[in-house]
Design a protein around this ligand. Structure first.
Ligand code: G3P
Ligand code: CA
Length: 234
């Protein structure tokens, strides 16, 4: 079972920062997960929340700020003084980093992108991911089914992961086929062995989020789960 470093190695460094990505590489982790959002001037940046409030010394929506504005904020100090001066990470920086270190990656497409900007957002993501070395394993995931479908049409060769919040819906198999998903990404809170079996029997691989307890990880491995997202990959 693969262990995917959730937002970089977010138990040991501020999530989605260079410090987090560098630390995971130094610890020998080669699979990461990150979240792609878009600034007011159409630049792709890595941040989980729709607002910068929790993870920086600023406030407000990511998509109401320009890249230059976001680069003025400190994205490290909230986690610890030794991380002061961490800046927002652009997708371009991470693409180069992934290529340099032969990493594997799961990009989550954010649901916050305004509907009228989605095509532009997907095109920008498409252009960036095109630069990844062929040797990297890549998964593109989202909670937004329509966004995923559009992305799959644009880049059919990149495997799709359908993120599920809460209970697995009864029509999960139909939904997965409709989106073109290779993977289902369910919430660990609701997973049962029967559900894993059902997904596997329909040729759907299972990547579970967010698993931070060793005993749970062991159980999921036994059930045949392909990967877990974890803040503690080592
Ligand atoms: O992709 C797995 C996990 O990251 C989904 O939840 O809220 O951490 O983006 P969240
Ligand atoms: Ca995520």
């Amino acid at each position: 079972m693969q262990k995917i470093a959730h937002r970089g190695i977010s138990a040991q460094a501020p999530e989605n920062t260079r410090a987090a990505f560098e630390k995971m590489v130094n610890l020998g982790v080669d699979w990461l997960e990150t979240d792609i959002d878009m600034t007011s001037d159409g630049q792709l940046v890595l941040i989980h929340d729709s607002k910068v409030d929790r993870t920086s010394n600023g406030n407000g929506l990511v998509n109401h700020n320009s890249l230059l504005g976001l680069q003025k904020l400190d994205f490290g100090q909230w986690f610890g003084d030794e991380f002061t001066d961490e800046r927002i990470v652009t997708l371009q920086w991470l693409i180069d980093f992934i290529n340099a270190h032969a990493l594997n990656v799961n990009f989550e497409l954010k649901t916050e992108v305004k509907h009228e900007q989605q095509n532009f957002y997907l095109m920008r993501v498409h252009q960036s991911l095109h630069q990844l070395n062929q040797t990297s394993q890549v998964i593109v995931s989202s909670f937004d089914v329509d966004l995923l479908k559009k992305y799959h049409e644009l880049m059919p060769k990149i495997p799709i992961g359908l993120l599920i919040e809460g209970e697995l819906p009864n029509n999960i198999i139909e939904l997965a086929k409709n989106v073109g998903a290779t993977y289902i990404h369910p919430d660990v809170t609701y997973m049962t062995e029967e559900q894993v079996k059902l997904l596997l029997s329909h040729d759907l691989q299972v990547n579970v989020w967010t698993v931070n307890e060793a005993v749970v990880a062991k159980k999921l491995q036994k059930w045949g789960v392909h990967a877990i997202f974890t803040d503690f990959p080592v």
